[in-house]
Write a protein that binds this ligand. Structure first.
Ligand code: SAH
Length: 339
């Protein structure tokens, strides 16, 4: 069987070639052709001699995600549907603004967490993505859009910290200066609150950003919205976040999806300010995006304003996430593996 070299960090590629008695400098060269020049066929790696190309081709393979569909929103957000080798599918989203070109990528096919307001959980969990499948979403979108991407958020389908090793390997590949060279500080890992993953991330040397989907400030409410809270409750979660902060000294982002009549009252805002006050953070308010036949509704703009106006003076930092790509079902919580 040929080795999938796209699934290797530069270090691993080096070691692999050494084991095959190939000069280590070849690994830099090939890594660059894969991730910078976006080649997936040795025939096109023209810095290699013809004989070398043939030889590498016999024992190495460079797979590629298949772009099945591209949907462009009125607001220029683009949703990509990618096909995997086992015919499963994932979605990723390109989000351009004046300052940034962000991609939101998936880390799993489906999701096991089943948060009650999120579409991705409805189809259940299928499998983890391999590191190369995580990174190739970024590579494909950069090539298709013809624009250098500035930010990567792991906020698509799946729970990144339940696919920890592949995600970390993917981040290393993305971050490599011989490859796509996306700064670690421009990469955000978003979690529903997987406590062992947060603690492990705290010990990693890479300076990636951490976002936590909080969505409720009491266990009673959070248990209902996010079943994972029954496993890792708010107390356990915040202890892990304090540990993370002690290690990294990096501000955490809390995401709070605002749902009409569920978590949008002034009492909720008070509880949210209180629970987050001891940890350096920013709170990102996301008015719910509608999903399928769910009975959850988005709060009226008036209510969103009130919530934020109340929260703003008593919390450390509050932002409102402008929802993008709603018309193509590319907004937060709307990604799924089948259409
Ligand atoms: N599992 C990780 C990564 C997915 S991120 C996590 O939970 O953080 C997806 C983000 O979209 C989360 O912050 C989630 O709270 C938010 N989200 C899910 N469904 C949504 C919806 N219907 N409307 C708005 N945001 C939603």
């Amino acid at each position: 069987m040929r080795k999938n070299i796209k699934n290797l960090t530069l270090e691993e590629l080096k070691r692999f070639y050494i084991s095959k008695e190939i000069e280590p400098y070849r690994s830099d060269q090939i890594f660059h052709w894969i991730w910078v020049k976006d080649k997936s066929d040795f025939k096109e790696i023209t810095s290699l001699s013809k004989t070398a190309r043939l030889k590498f081709d016999t024992f190495c393979e460079i797979p590629i995600l298949k772009t099945i569909k591209k949907l462009t929103s009125k607001d220029r957000t683009v949703k990509f549907l990618f096909g995997l080798h086992d015919r499963k599918r994932i979605e990723s989203v390109y989000i351009p603004t004046k300052k940034r070109k962000t991609v939101c990528i998936s880390t799993q096919v489906g999701c096991a967490l089943n948060c009650s307001f999120c579409m991705t959980g409805k189809t259940g969990f299928k499998r983890n993505l391999a590191a190369w499948e995580i990174v190739d979403q970024v590579r494909r979108i950069q090539s298709e859009m013809g624009k250098r991407l500035t930010n990567v958020v792991l906020m698509g389908m799946g729970e990144p910290l339940l696919n920890y090793n592949n995600v970390m390997k993917g981040v290393k590949i993305l971050n490599s200066d011989m490859g796509m060279n996306i700064g670690a500080r421009k990469i955000t890992i978003s979690t529903a609150g997987i406590v062992p993953g947060i603690r492990a991330l705290g010990k990693e040397p890479l300076q990636v950003k951490l976002a936590v989907s909080l969505n409720a400030a009491t266990d009673k409410k959070r248990d209902r919205l996010m079943p994972i809270n029954r496993r890792y409750n708010l107390n356990t979660l915040f202890k892990a976040l304090e540990f993370y902060y002690e290690k990294k000294k990096k501000r955490i982002t809390f995401e709070y999806v605002l749902i009409k009549g569920v978590n949008d009252s002034i009492t909720d805002a008070k509880a949210l300010a209180a629970i987050t006050q001891h940890i350096p953070c920013k709170i990102n308010i996301i008015p719910l995006n509608s999903i399928g036949s769910s009975s959850y509704r988005s709060p009226d703009m008036e209510k969103v304003k009130k919530f934020i106006e109340f929260l703003y003076p008593i919390a450390q930092a509050v932002t409102l996430r402008q929802s993008r790509g709603n018309d193509i079902h590319g907004a937060c919580g709307q990604l799924r593996s089948k259409r």
